[in-house]
Design a protein around this ligand. Structure first.
Ligand code: FPP
Length: 239
């Protein structure tokens, strides 16, 4: 029998490391870029499912500061996919109820993509119902270095955790409750290292392009079976 999601204990924020596009393509003897294209379809599918389930924030790792090491063809191809997706859905995005935001140094992306991202994020910034946060040219260590630099520039000497949080790209977001990395790799690879201090981690073996609503539901059910203590001891119900 299938377990059901407890609607009252949903994760508010889910982070996803979309891994395995290359392996998915290789298995089918397709070029890697077709794996990334199928990855965009998965992103759309999973975002719609998450919104339907009642998740408030979805963060996706789309391009890391380390991904520049890949071939120019693959890097350009990934940016092209993001650009095409934004252009194709532009009207839906800017007239919709979803806030689209980015994290990472997007100023280093191709100019047309950079400007479109600025436009879409500006036009959707007042939406609060549902947030999609895309990590592009993002690395958690450089995010932290940037935060400390900003604090130093403000003359901060005694730095609190809240000071650091306030300078992260995610300052307005709650920390991720659940981080999913597909494809069986069990590491965070520079994704939200500060924000993930108490995140539950989930590593399904499936490649990202195959991930769908039922896998998302399974991840949430697994999350709900975990005992989140945040450093505290287990709370007995009748004590
Ligand atoms: C990891 O798989 C995936 C990436 C580095 C890129 C993911 C990017 C997208 C799906 C595009 C995002 C699109 C939008 C609209 C934001 P991999 O290539 O590392 O797979 P492998 O480990 O099997 O080689």
């Amino acid at each position: 029998m299938y377990k059901k999601i407890d609607e009252h204990a949903l994760p508010v924020h889910i982070g996803i490391i979309m891994d395995g596009n290359g392996r998915w393509a290789k298995k089918r003897m397709l070029p890697r870029l077709l794996g990334h294209r199928a990855g965009v379809d998965a992103l759309k599918r999973v975002t719609e499912a998450a919104q339907k389930i009642g998740i408030k924030v979805m963060s996706y790792f789309a391009f890391s500061t380390e991904n520049w090491k890949r071939s120019k063809e693959e890097v350009d191809g990934i940016f092209d996919l993001v650009l095409t997706h934004l252009k194709e859905n532009y009207d839906r995005f800017v007239n919709g109820k979803t806030k689209i935001m980015t994290m990472g140094d997007i100023s280093k992306l191709p100019k047309e993509l950079y400007e479109l991202l600025l436009d879409v994020t500006e036009k959707t910034k007042h939406n609060t119902e549902f947030i999609v946060n895309i990590a592009l040219n993002y690395g958690s260590r450089s995010e932290l270095a940037r935060a400390f630099t900003n604090l130093a520039k403000k003359g901060k000497v005694e730095i609190t955790e809240d000071d650091i949080k306030s300078e992260l790209y995610t300052s307005e977001l709650p920390d991720p409750d659940l981080i999913i990395r597909t494809s069986g790799e069990m590491r965070l690879s520079n994704f939200m290292l500060f924000q993930s201090a108490y995140s539950e981690l989930y590593f399904p073996k499936i490649h990202w392009p195959d991930f769908d609503e039922k896998h998302l539901r399974k991840a949430i059910i697994e999350y709900q079976s975990r005992d989140r203590r945040f450093g505290n001891v287990k709370q007995e119900k009748n004590k």
